[in-house]
Design a protein around this ligand. Sequence first.
Ligand code: GLC
Ligand code: CA
Length: 558
Amino acid sequence: MRKNKETWWKEAVVYQIYPRSFMDSNGDGIGDLQGIIHSLDYLADLGVDVIWLSPIYDSPNDDNGYDIRDYQRIMKEFGTMDDFDMLLEQAHQKGLKIMMDLVVNHTSDEHEWFVKSRQNTDNPYRDYYIWREGKKSGLEPNNWESCFSGSAWQYDETREMFYLHLFSKKQPDLNWENSRVRHAVYDMMRWWCDKGIDGFRMDVINMISKDEELPDGKNINGLFGDFSPYVMNGPKVHEFLREMHDEVLSHYDLMTVGETPNVTTEEAKKYAGEETNELNMIFQFEHVEFGGEIGKWTDKKIPLVELKRIMSKWQTELEGHAWNSLYWNNHDQPRAVSRFGDDRPQYREISAKMLATCLHFMKGTPYIYQGEELGMTNYPFSQIDQFKDIESINAYKEIVGNQRLEHDQMMSCLRFKSRDNARTPMQWSNNKQGGFTTGKPWLPVNPNKDEVNAEVEVNNPNSVYHYYKKIIQLRKKHSIIVYGDYELLEERHEQLFVYRRCLENEHLLVLCNFSDEVIKYKMPMQLEQYDVIITNNQRKVLESEMELQPYEAFVIKY
Ligand code: GLC
Ligand code: CA
């Protein structure tokens, strides 16, 4: 029986663009909207349905656009509002939808609201942000640590109070308790919807409601406390999202996805429940946060048994209640093939295809991050001054500065997990600078651009690119890929990820070897009639006892 209502956003495949690193049209080394417009045919050919644009709004770029100065202007490096209108129109003509990043937990400290709010305690914007007196001793109001290291409070000389910033001190948190703030946000959202955009990806949306007592957090590192219990999935978050739904979302045909660190499946059912009128789906974090030793930092891969446990928990616990999103990477995470696959040259392509198979046949809406469809890898960072990302730079200073890790250990963690791995330029060709720019790129191009690039891969039918294209086509052809139930097999197997999907009388068996070893495997069932619908290793027939090649993956329908 089909339990899930059929909707376009369940059947869609999303492609995330990080505009700064996608395509530079004017040689200043920074990607821009005209660059995206020139690349629309590439995306239409790949077959994706929705483009999620990381923020393109006016911003001083303390956190690459996640610090917004004006929600209704375009960042000047990226172009103008006319460029945006042209992008929206041309995308729609090619059947592509546009999902905007909505960053409303915080603004830039250069946003007009904050500029006014900080002036004094007697102006209409005074309660737009979270202001507090310091403790008697002049210390911060509480011990919370910011996500980007250091205290989450900044003293403001003009207003003579502290303001809360869960991210950088140039990203003050908005005060969602203030209904004028909420309605100003809804007005802004309606303005974009009326332009004809197709959805919102909502930045850290589960952090907008704070426990008003702002209690000290459990000490995490001898210096600061953890804000999570008082901020993540806070007391009024569902009330606020239902209000946003009534005020804005319910009036348009949108796709909405909430970015929700520290979310549980129970909370997810509220955010993304079929009947709860909040969001369509959320991004859970368990598979990407696993194993952090100091905060998020580690240089170790997640054991496959844990990965299967986490992914399968989300598959089965949301079944019939809420919809999943599916992702291996994004602009905040390292490259999928380097993290979950194997980026050594002999295994890069096959393991990238294996990962695509494993993810896209699960139940949920898949998200591809730019360059993932080429099997782009982490960058070989060797020095700390190569990083541009505020999170990486601050974490290095804090962790190495306080001797919690040696330089070499922290570099190894950064190489494995830094967000800059995802942010090096998209590799379009083997030209100078990978065809991304004719100038000097803001982050260096990965030295493997001669082998890993769109031009080479579009022309090679066996490339990672063509494998993604095929997977996307299969999704359009077999509704079992979208709507079938999920069942994990071989739960304890340490190298193989095997699962089954079921819809009425149809079945899929998905088998992925996550190791560089040949694995002997006995099929869990005897099959007489079946089709191999995709394989990364030319497998045509199944033997009852098989030798699975390193990183082999295939899907059979029976
Ligand atoms: C989200 C974004 C990330 C940003 C942070 C603060 O996690 O994905 O890039 O730094 O929010 O806006
Ligand atoms: Ca440019």
